[in-house]
Design a protein around this ligand. Structure first.
Ligand code: NAD
Length: 338
């Protein structure tokens, strides 16, 4: 009798635990959750008290990053190129924040086939599995690189994309797949075109390191650094907290399915401006020289962020200079604690 009673109690508890989880917590899947942007999204979702699962193959993502989350996150180590793994990852999920990708222009120039497999076929796997699992919305990490060679500034979402790298083509294909899944199958999707995101945890040492972490670390260490071209090329450098905010809005705001939005500050700084600011904040002169213009790079880029402001209520809250100060502080703290 006691045994029957315990089995009955266990069954009742399980039902209520499931009930609690599905009614109280929103369930997020962050692909690429061990990477730079993905890990900040995981952190923000945990702070809200929601459930997070992350899917990553750790190709550029770091195990030490996810150790920060302890046991609060469900981790699936796997590749978005495997449909079976993606199917397992989207099970029971409400919102997918799809960050997993090979995120580098030079890497895509060297190996366009792998970039296409991960960024295009991987995205298609996510969308198909999300449709099958009745996910409420997929938010896709696209890129300002889709604007490509067009000299017109600021970049507005309705401009004709003119990609000049396999990476940019892969992101544009991802956006188009998102729109097809919304129009044709009714799966809600939103694509966010990030403009040069930077912030803590970005790797300064990888082969395809982004400019800001590489230069902050290098200027602090006095290492020799080569600026591409004459350094007058400009970008809309976007601090990570603005990107996190945009993603959280993009999951919940009604009536924006199938849309593409710029996510940036709407202000551009030249590479020389950024280098000078880092030198000023760190009190270092930097061991700097000028080199060749990088193939596949655009000269200038700046976003118009009015559409995201009007339809999602997005406003950049942290300027590029404020963000640079935070990154310098982050590197300082890491140096002091190591
Ligand atoms: N950082 C930027 O400035 C920027 C700008 C525009 C767009 N984006 C996009 O934002 C997203 C995140 O970029 P990031 O800067 O955080 O890069 P990142 O390299 O730090 O993160 C990418 C993550 O995806 C994972 N990943 C790669 N291939 C995978 C695969 N086959 N299966 C599963 N996981 C895989 C990596 O291990 C990594 O954790 C990418 O989609 C990128 O294209 C980034």
């Amino acid at each position: 009798m006691a045994l029957y009673y315990s089995v009955f109690l266990f069954a009742v508890q399980s039902v209520f635990m499931d009930y609690d989880r599905s009614t109280i917590l929103a369930k997020y899947l962050v692909t690429g959750g061990a990477g730079f942007i993905g890990s900040h999204l995981v952190e923000a979702i945990l702070e809200r008290g929601d459930f997070v699962r992350l899917l990553d193959n750790f190709s550029t993502g770091k195990r030490e990053t996810i150790e920060l989350f302890g046991s609060n996150v469900e981790i699936i180590e796997g590749d978005i190129r495997s449909y079976q793994i993606v199917r397992q990852a989207v099970k029971g999920i409400d919102y997918v924040l799809h960050q997993g990708a090979l995120p580098s222009v030079p890497r895509s120039l060297k190996d366009p086939i792998t970039t296409n497999e991960v960024n295009v076929s991987g995205t298609l796997n996510i969308l198909e599995a999300a449709r099958d699992a009745f996910v409420s919305r997929v938010v896709f990490a696209s890129s300002s690189s889709v604007y490509g060679s067009s000299p017109k500034l600021p970049k507005q979402e309705d401009m004709l994309p003119q990609p000049i790298s396999p990476y940019a083509v892969s992101k544009l294909a991802g956006e188009r797949y998102c729109q097809v899944f919304t129009k044709t199958y009714g799966l809600e999707t939103v694509a966010l075109r990030y403009f040069n995101v930077f912030g803590p945890r970005q790797d300064p040492q990888s082969t395809y390191a982004a400019f800001i972490p590489k230069f902050v670390r290098g200027i602090m260490d006095g290492s020799p650094l080569v600026i591409d071209g004459d350094g007058r090329q400009s970008r809309d450098f976007t601090y990570i907290k603005n990107v996190v905010k945009a993603n959280l809005l993009a999951t919940k705001v009604e009536g924006i399915a199938g849309r593409v939005f710029n996510v940036a500050c709407g202000v551009s700084l030249s590479v020389n401006d950024v280098v000078n600011h880092i030198c000023e904040v760190t009190g270092q002169k930097g061991n700097l020289s000028y080199g060749e213009v990088r193939v596949g790079d655009v000269s200038h880029s700046m976003a118009d962020v009015h559409l995201a402001e009007q339809l999602m209520g997005y406003r950049p809250e942290i300027s590029a200079r404020e963000g640079l100060n935070e990154v310098v502080n982050w590197f300082r703290q890491r140096t002091e604690s190591s």
